[in-house]
Design a protein around this ligand. Structure first.
Ligand SMILES: [Zn+2]
Length: 345
């Protein structure tokens, strides 16, 4: 909302350009005191607080928002998104939930659901809740709606199964003994997400493929230097250069932890930094990563960096899908990085 509103002051009996101030207020919602920030319009001429329907409506919305978040009740936006995920009309959505015809409509418009309806809405976003609602209300629904709901439940089940598989794979990697496959370090997701954050922050146009080449160079060079990888990631040979062998799982974790965002850009997606709460690296490791980002930034495009990795004998000497063990770099990756930096400077 703007800081001013054009409104009518009954004291001055005139149109005024009123200043909007924020103040803490208490509203009783369903017998409960809700503390929220309300805005009030103050007449610039006489100082009277002016009642304005637009402002009062917004205040009510704010108080409701506070009440909703305290009670875990979905917001109108979340309810709209939930309905969209089922692809149902308002009427069919209301029937699916066992509400009256107009009820879902009112909630999407901002009315506050009572506790029972609030619980029903929440359960409709879970697999078991959706199944239960469908069995209770199936006969009120058209065949088409039943089909859509069943499809949505299947998709949720598929998603849950996939997520379970992803977590298992990662747990497995985290528990794997140090070896040439992980660079004598157990996979550390803390390190992977922190490295992704730094690379996203410092590297130009960090496409998803470029990201994987970058982590490959970082890990391998760090292994050359210390006989240990930086993250514990495992790399495999792919047609277009080395890739993280559990890349889907890594992508899932990066998105879930909110460290980077994936933005559609040009011919793919680029990683942009969001936030990183834990920084597990030492100063020495951080300055090493910094040098590596300088190396990555000597390449104009993801393809150039990819092409450069094709010169490495540890890539040439491996077959498609084969794991590139850390012991195969033997100083070569570091040499390639130094050559590149020397040629540029
Ligand atoms: Zn006035």
């Amino acid at each position: 909302m703007n800081n001013y509103v054009d409104t009518y002051c009954p004291e001055c009996d005139a149109e005024v350009h009123a200043h909007i101030r924020m103040q803490q207020a208490v509203l009783v919602v369903r017998g409960e005191d809700v503390v929220y920030n309300e805005s009030i319009a103050v007449c610039p001429a006489c100082g009277t607080i002016i009642g304005d329907a637009r402002i009062e409506e917004a205040n009510l919305d704010r108080a409701y928002d506070v009440y909703r978040s305290c009670h875990g009740i979905m917001s109108p936006d979340e309810i709209r998104n939930l309905r969209a995920s089922y692809g149902l009309s308002l009427r069919e959505f209301s029937r699916f939930l066992g509400f009256g015809e107009q009820t879902a409509y009112r909630y999407e418009r901002g009315d506050l659901p009572d506790q029972t309806h609030g619980n029903t809405l929440r359960s409709a976003s879970t697999i078991s809740g959706a199944r239960l609602l469908l069995s209770q209300n199936r006969r009120k629904l058209s065949d088409r709606s039943v089909g859509r709901i069943e499809q949505r439940i299947q998709a949720m089940e598929g998603g849950a199964a996939k997520e379970f598989e992803i977590r298992l794979t990662l747990e497995d990697r985290e528990a794997s003994s140090p070896s040439a496959v992980n660079g004598y370090r157990r996979l550390s997701l803390e390190r992977v997400v922190a490295l992704a954050f730094i690379l996203a922050e410092k590297c130009k146009e960090l496409y998803w493929t470029k990201f994987q080449k970058a982590t490959f160079f970082v890990d391998m060079a760090y292994f050359d230097k210390t006989s240990q990888s930086l993250t514990g990631l495992t790399y495999a040979h792919a047609t277009y250069g080395p890739v993280i062998d559990c890349k889907e799982e890594v992508r899932f974790i990066l998105a879930e932890r909110g460290v980077v965002d994936f933005i559609e850009y040009g011919y793919g997606e680029i990683l942009t930094p969001l936030r990183c709460e834990n920084m597990p690296f030492s100063d020495e490791e951080l300055s090493f990563i910094d040098e590596m980002t300088q190396f990555v930034n000597t390449f104009g495009s993801a393809t150039d960096l990819s092409d450069y990795s094709h010169k490495l004998s540890c890539w040439i000497g491996s077959n498609d899908g084969e794991t590139i063990e850390y012991t195969r770099t033997d100083g070569e990756v570091t040499q390639a990085i130094n050559d590149r930096l020397a040629a540029i400077h």
